[in-house]
Design a protein around this ligand. Structure first.
Ligand code: URA
Length: 229
Protein backbone atom coordinates (compact mmCIF):
# COMPACT_ATOMS: atom_id res chain seq x y z
CA UNK A 1 0.00 0.00 0.00
CA UNK A 2 1.26 3.51 -0.77
CA UNK A 3 2.40 5.41 2.32
CA UNK A 4 -0.10 8.20 1.66
CA UNK A 5 -2.90 5.59 1.48
CA UNK A 6 -1.75 4.04 4.76
CA UNK A 7 -2.14 7.36 6.59
CA UNK A 8 -5.44 8.11 4.84
CA UNK A 9 -6.90 4.70 5.78
CA UNK A 10 -5.87 5.19 9.42
CA UNK A 11 -7.69 8.51 9.79
CA UNK A 12 -4.88 11.05 9.47
CA UNK A 13 -6.91 13.47 7.36
CA UNK A 14 -7.68 14.04 3.72
CA UNK A 15 -5.35 12.60 1.08
CA UNK A 16 -3.91 16.08 0.70
CA UNK A 17 -3.28 16.38 4.45
CA UNK A 18 -1.67 12.91 4.54
CA UNK A 19 0.55 13.88 1.61
CA UNK A 20 1.53 17.02 3.57
CA UNK A 21 2.43 15.07 6.74
CA UNK A 22 4.76 12.85 4.71
CA UNK A 23 6.57 15.51 2.67
CA UNK A 24 7.01 17.62 5.82
CA UNK A 25 9.01 14.71 7.30
CA UNK A 26 6.56 13.97 10.10
CA UNK A 27 6.08 10.26 9.33
CA UNK A 28 8.49 7.46 10.21
CA UNK A 29 8.66 3.67 10.13
CA UNK A 30 11.14 1.85 12.36
CA UNK A 31 12.70 5.17 13.31
CA UNK A 32 13.36 6.17 9.72
CA UNK A 33 11.69 9.32 8.38
CA UNK A 34 9.96 8.66 5.06
CA UNK A 35 9.23 11.54 2.71
CA UNK A 36 7.97 9.74 -0.41
CA UNK A 37 4.13 9.56 -0.31
CA UNK A 38 4.09 6.99 -3.12
CA UNK A 39 6.46 4.56 -1.46
CA UNK A 40 5.11 1.01 -1.16
CA UNK A 41 4.67 -0.18 2.41
CA UNK A 42 3.92 -3.69 3.69
CA UNK A 43 0.95 -3.26 6.06
CA UNK A 44 1.45 -6.64 7.72
CA UNK A 45 2.21 -5.97 11.42
CA UNK A 46 3.10 -2.40 10.43
CA UNK A 47 3.90 0.20 13.08
CA UNK A 48 4.35 3.77 11.93
CA UNK A 49 4.71 7.07 13.73
CA UNK A 50 3.31 10.51 13.09
CA UNK A 51 4.98 13.39 14.95
CA UNK A 52 6.72 10.81 17.13
CA UNK A 53 3.51 9.07 18.22
CA UNK A 54 3.49 5.41 17.35
CA UNK A 55 0.46 3.72 15.72
CA UNK A 56 -0.19 0.11 14.74
CA UNK A 57 -1.81 -0.35 11.31
CA UNK A 58 -5.24 -2.00 11.41
CA UNK A 59 -7.42 -2.48 8.36
CA UNK A 60 -10.35 -2.23 10.78
CA UNK A 61 -10.02 -0.80 14.27
CA UNK A 62 -11.56 -2.46 17.33
CA UNK A 63 -11.23 -0.45 20.52
CA UNK A 64 -11.93 -1.20 24.20
CA UNK A 65 -12.66 1.96 26.21
CA UNK A 66 -13.07 2.09 29.98
CA UNK A 67 -16.00 4.50 30.04
CA UNK A 68 -16.32 6.83 33.02
CA UNK A 69 -19.61 8.35 34.16
CA UNK A 70 -20.58 11.71 32.68
CA UNK A 71 -20.17 10.75 29.01
CA UNK A 72 -22.88 9.95 26.46
CA UNK A 73 -22.47 7.31 23.79
CA UNK A 74 -24.29 9.40 21.18
CA UNK A 75 -22.26 11.21 18.52
CA UNK A 76 -24.47 14.24 19.15
CA UNK A 77 -24.71 14.30 22.95
CA UNK A 78 -27.23 16.52 24.68
CA UNK A 79 -26.21 16.96 28.32
CA UNK A 80 -22.68 15.56 28.58
CA UNK A 81 -19.64 15.19 26.33
CA UNK A 82 -19.58 12.29 23.91
CA UNK A 83 -17.41 9.23 24.55
CA UNK A 84 -15.92 10.04 21.14
CA UNK A 85 -14.13 12.99 22.77
CA UNK A 86 -12.06 10.44 24.74
CA UNK A 87 -10.54 9.08 21.53
CA UNK A 88 -7.75 10.66 19.47
CA UNK A 89 -8.67 12.37 16.19
CA UNK A 90 -7.46 9.59 13.82
CA UNK A 91 -9.85 7.09 15.42
CA UNK A 92 -12.75 9.53 15.21
CA UNK A 93 -11.84 10.41 11.61
CA UNK A 94 -11.84 6.82 10.47
CA UNK A 95 -15.43 6.37 11.63
CA UNK A 96 -15.04 4.35 14.80
CA UNK A 97 -18.37 4.24 16.62
CA UNK A 98 -19.75 2.68 19.82
CA UNK A 99 -21.13 -0.85 19.63
CA UNK A 100 -24.46 -0.36 21.38
CA UNK A 101 -24.81 2.21 24.12
CA UNK A 102 -24.06 2.56 27.78
CA UNK A 103 -26.03 5.09 29.79
CA UNK A 104 -24.34 8.33 30.78
CA UNK A 105 -23.98 7.05 34.38
CA UNK A 106 -22.83 3.53 33.43
CA UNK A 107 -19.11 2.81 33.61
CA UNK A 108 -16.88 0.11 32.16
CA UNK A 109 -16.30 -1.69 28.91
CA UNK A 110 -17.43 0.02 25.74
CA UNK A 111 -16.37 -1.48 22.41
CA UNK A 112 -15.96 0.85 19.45
CA UNK A 113 -15.20 -0.11 15.87
CA UNK A 114 -15.27 0.97 12.24
CA UNK A 115 -15.89 -2.64 11.18
CA UNK A 116 -19.52 -2.58 10.05
CA UNK A 117 -19.84 -6.38 9.88
CA UNK A 118 -18.49 -6.74 13.43
CA UNK A 119 -20.80 -4.01 14.72
CA UNK A 120 -23.76 -5.79 13.17
CA UNK A 121 -22.70 -9.13 14.61
CA UNK A 122 -22.27 -7.73 18.11
CA UNK A 123 -25.55 -5.83 18.18
CA UNK A 124 -27.92 -8.12 16.24
CA UNK A 125 -30.56 -9.48 18.67
CA UNK A 126 -30.36 -12.98 17.14
CA UNK A 127 -26.63 -13.28 17.83
CA UNK A 128 -27.20 -13.21 21.62
CA UNK A 129 -23.80 -11.75 22.48
CA UNK A 130 -23.24 -12.06 26.24
CA UNK A 131 -22.60 -8.99 28.37
CA UNK A 132 -21.74 -9.09 32.06
CA UNK A 133 -22.58 -6.14 34.33
CA UNK A 134 -21.67 -5.50 37.94
CA UNK A 135 -24.79 -4.10 39.55
CA UNK A 136 -24.92 -2.18 42.81
CA UNK A 137 -28.50 -2.12 43.98
CA UNK A 138 -29.99 0.56 46.21
CA UNK A 139 -31.56 -1.99 48.57
CA UNK A 140 -30.38 -5.48 49.55
CA UNK A 141 -31.19 -8.18 47.00
CA UNK A 142 -32.96 -11.34 48.18
CA UNK A 143 -33.39 -14.88 46.82
CA UNK A 144 -36.83 -14.08 45.36
CA UNK A 145 -35.41 -11.17 43.36
CA UNK A 146 -32.55 -13.29 41.99
CA UNK A 147 -35.00 -16.10 41.15
CA UNK A 148 -37.23 -13.64 39.28
CA UNK A 149 -34.28 -12.23 37.33
CA UNK A 150 -33.17 -15.73 36.33
CA UNK A 151 -36.61 -17.02 35.37
CA UNK A 152 -37.61 -13.84 33.55
CA UNK A 153 -39.30 -10.53 34.18
CA UNK A 154 -41.56 -8.42 32.01
CA UNK A 155 -40.07 -4.98 31.46
CA UNK A 156 -42.34 -1.94 31.62
CA UNK A 157 -44.01 -1.37 28.27
CA UNK A 158 -43.12 -4.85 26.93
CA UNK A 159 -44.93 -8.17 26.61
CA UNK A 160 -42.18 -10.81 26.44
CA UNK A 161 -40.15 -11.82 29.47
CA UNK A 162 -36.39 -11.26 29.58
CA UNK A 163 -34.18 -13.35 31.84
CA UNK A 164 -30.62 -13.14 33.08
CA UNK A 165 -28.38 -15.97 31.86
CA UNK A 166 -26.40 -16.10 35.08
CA UNK A 167 -26.07 -14.21 38.34
CA UNK A 168 -23.21 -14.19 40.81
CA UNK A 169 -23.90 -12.52 44.12
CA UNK A 170 -20.97 -10.55 45.55
CA UNK A 171 -22.55 -8.96 48.65
CA UNK A 172 -26.06 -8.08 49.79
CA UNK A 173 -26.36 -5.22 47.30
CA UNK A 174 -23.76 -6.14 44.66
CA UNK A 175 -24.10 -8.86 42.03
CA UNK A 176 -22.84 -9.68 38.55
CA UNK A 177 -25.44 -10.40 35.93
CA UNK A 178 -24.97 -11.89 32.48
CA UNK A 179 -27.51 -11.02 29.80
CA UNK A 180 -27.60 -11.82 26.11
CA UNK A 181 -30.12 -9.23 24.93
CA UNK A 182 -29.48 -5.53 24.50
CA UNK A 183 -32.73 -3.76 25.28
CA UNK A 184 -32.88 -0.09 26.14
CA UNK A 185 -31.89 0.43 29.82
CA UNK A 186 -32.23 -3.33 30.16
CA UNK A 187 -30.40 -3.89 33.44
CA UNK A 188 -32.01 -0.94 35.20
CA UNK A 189 -35.46 -2.02 33.99
CA UNK A 190 -34.90 -5.65 35.04
CA UNK A 191 -33.83 -4.59 38.52
CA UNK A 192 -36.79 -2.19 38.73
CA UNK A 193 -39.10 -5.04 37.69
CA UNK A 194 -38.12 -6.98 40.83
CA UNK A 195 -38.78 -3.97 43.05
CA UNK A 196 -35.25 -2.68 43.54
CA UNK A 197 -33.19 0.08 41.92
CA UNK A 198 -29.76 0.28 40.27
CA UNK A 199 -27.44 2.62 42.11
CA UNK A 200 -24.31 1.94 40.05
CA UNK A 201 -23.75 -0.06 36.89
CA UNK A 202 -20.43 -1.21 35.48
CA UNK A 203 -19.93 -3.38 32.40
CA UNK A 204 -17.26 -6.01 32.89
CA UNK A 205 -17.35 -7.94 29.63
CA UNK A 206 -18.74 -8.17 26.10
CA UNK A 207 -18.55 -11.51 24.30
CA UNK A 208 -15.30 -13.20 25.33
CA UNK A 209 -13.57 -9.92 26.13
CA UNK A 210 -13.17 -8.79 29.75
CA UNK A 211 -12.11 -5.27 30.68
CA UNK A 212 -8.52 -5.33 31.91
CA UNK A 213 -7.87 -3.87 35.35
CA UNK A 214 -4.83 -2.19 33.82
CA UNK A 215 -7.05 0.00 31.66
CA UNK A 216 -8.03 2.87 33.92
CA UNK A 217 -11.06 5.10 33.42
CA UNK A 218 -11.01 7.15 30.20
CA UNK A 219 -8.24 4.95 28.76
CA UNK A 220 -8.64 2.91 25.58
CA UNK A 221 -6.66 0.24 23.77
CA UNK A 222 -6.75 -1.63 20.46
CA UNK A 223 -8.04 -5.18 20.78
CA UNK A 224 -8.46 -8.05 18.31
CA UNK A 225 -11.84 -9.03 16.94
CA UNK A 226 -10.93 -12.66 17.78
CA UNK A 227 -10.77 -11.70 21.47
CA UNK A 228 -14.42 -10.64 21.36
CA UNK A 229 -16.33 -13.28 19.38
N1 URA B 1 -28.53 -1.62 30.97
C1 URA B 1 -28.80 -0.41 31.48
O1 URA B 1 -29.81 -0.22 32.13
N2 URA B 1 -27.93 0.59 31.23
C2 URA B 1 -26.78 0.44 30.54
O2 URA B 1 -26.01 1.40 30.38
C3 URA B 1 -26.51 -0.83 30.02
C4 URA B 1 -27.40 -1.85 30.26
Amino acid sequence: MKLEQVLFSQGFGTRHECYGLIVQGRVAIEGQTLTDPWMDVDTNALEFSVDGVSWPYFEKAVIALNKPTGYECSRKPIHHPSVMSLLPAPLRNRGVQPVGRLDEDTTGLLILTDDGALLHRLTHPKKHVAKIYRVTAKHPMDETMFHQLLTGVVLDGEKEKVAADAIEQKSDRVFEMKITQGKYHQVKRMVAAVGNRVQALHRISVGHYTLSEELSEKQWCFIRKEDLI
